[in-house]
Design a protein around this ligand. Structure first.
Ligand SMILES: N[C@@H](CCC(=O)N[C@@H](CS)C(=O)NCC(=O)O)C(=O)O
Length: 207
C-alpha cells in the first residue's frame, strides 16, 4: 500500500506490537475512525523505512494526514482523533480535568518508557555491556509509577487517555517481561482484567 495519503484517508505508521501505537489504534476504534485510517506497519530499525523521513526521530506511531501533514507522538495523535470525532474526547479539552488526565497519562506512558529502555538495553547492547545499575534505575521508575497509579487508577466505565495508556503499559510489561509486576500489584491486575472485559478496543488491538 502506498504511504502517500490520498482519497481523504489517513495513514497510521505503527507495528501492531508498539504499546504507543496500540494506544492510538484503540483511540481510532473508540472514535469509530477505522474506515478513515490505513494502518501501515513501520520498522524502526530499517534505515530505508520512510518512517525516518516522516518522523525524523524514527519513532512510531506517526500519523500522515490527507494533506501530507505529519503528526506524532501518540498523545498528539489521540488528541487529533479527539478533535475530528463527534464522540466525547479521551483527553478533556479544558479545565483542571485536562491537566489531571494528561499528567496521569504521562505517568502511565512513563511506565512504558522505562520498560522500553529496559528491553532496549538487552536489544542494543552485548551481554557484557548491559548495565544492572541502569536496569535498576528504570525498574524503580516502573515500581513507583505502578504504586502511584494503582492507588488512584484511571476510569474504566468511561475510559480516558490515561486509561488507554495504563492498559497498554501493563500489556507491554506482560508481553516483554522486563520485570515482574503482577505479584506486587494485585489491584492493577484486577483493574486490567476489568478494563479488558469492558473496553473492546483493547482485545481488538492485541498483537
Ligand atoms: N513518546 C512517544 C514514544 C514512541 C516510541 O518510543 N516508540 C517506539 C516503539 S514502541 C519506537 O519507535 N522506538 C524506536 C526508537 O526509539 O528508535 C509516543 O508516545 O509516541
Amino acid at each position: 500500500m502506498s504511504e502517500t495519503a490520498n482519497s481523504g484517508r489517513m495513514i497510521l505508521r505503527t507495528s501492531v506490537t508498539s504499546p504507543y501505537g496500540r494506544k492510538t489504534r484503540m483511540a481510532m476504534l473508540i472514535h469509530g475512525l477505522q474506515d478513515r485510517v490505513d494502518v501501515v506497519p513501520a520498522d524502526t530499525l530499517d534505515a530505508n523505512d520512510s518512517l525516518r523521513s516522516q518522523n525524523p526521530l524514527g519513532k512510531m506511531p506517526c500519523l500522515i494526514l490527507p494533506d501530507g501533514g505529519v503528526l506524532f507522538d501518540s498523545r498528539v495523535i489521540v488528541e487529533y482523533f479527539d478533535s475530528i470525532s463527534e464522540r466525547a474526547p479521551l483527553l478533556p479539552t479544558s479545565g483542571r480535568a485536562h491537566f489531571d488526565v494528561l499528567t496521569r497519562t504521562v505517568l502511565a506512558d512513563g511506565i512504558t518508557d522505562a520498560a522500553l529502555l529496559m528491553v532496549y538495553e538487552g536489544r542494543f547492547r552485548e551481554p557484557p555491556q548491559i548495565s544492572d545499575r541502569w536496569l535498576e534505575h528504570q525498574r524503580g521508575k516502573v515500581q513507583r509509577a505502578l504504586a502511584a497509579i494503582g492507588a488512584a487508577p484511571p476510569p474504566i466505565d468511561q475510559p480516558d487517555l490515561s486509561s488507554l495508556a495504563l492498559a497498554c503499559a501493563l500489556a507491554y510489561l506482560d508481553w516483554r517481561q522486563p520485570m515482574t509486576w503482577r505479584d506486587e500489584h494485585p489491584a492493577l491486575v484486577a483493574w486490567l482484567d476489568r478494563f479488558a472485559a469492558k473496553v473492546p478496543s483493547f482485545g481488538l488491538t492485541a498483537a
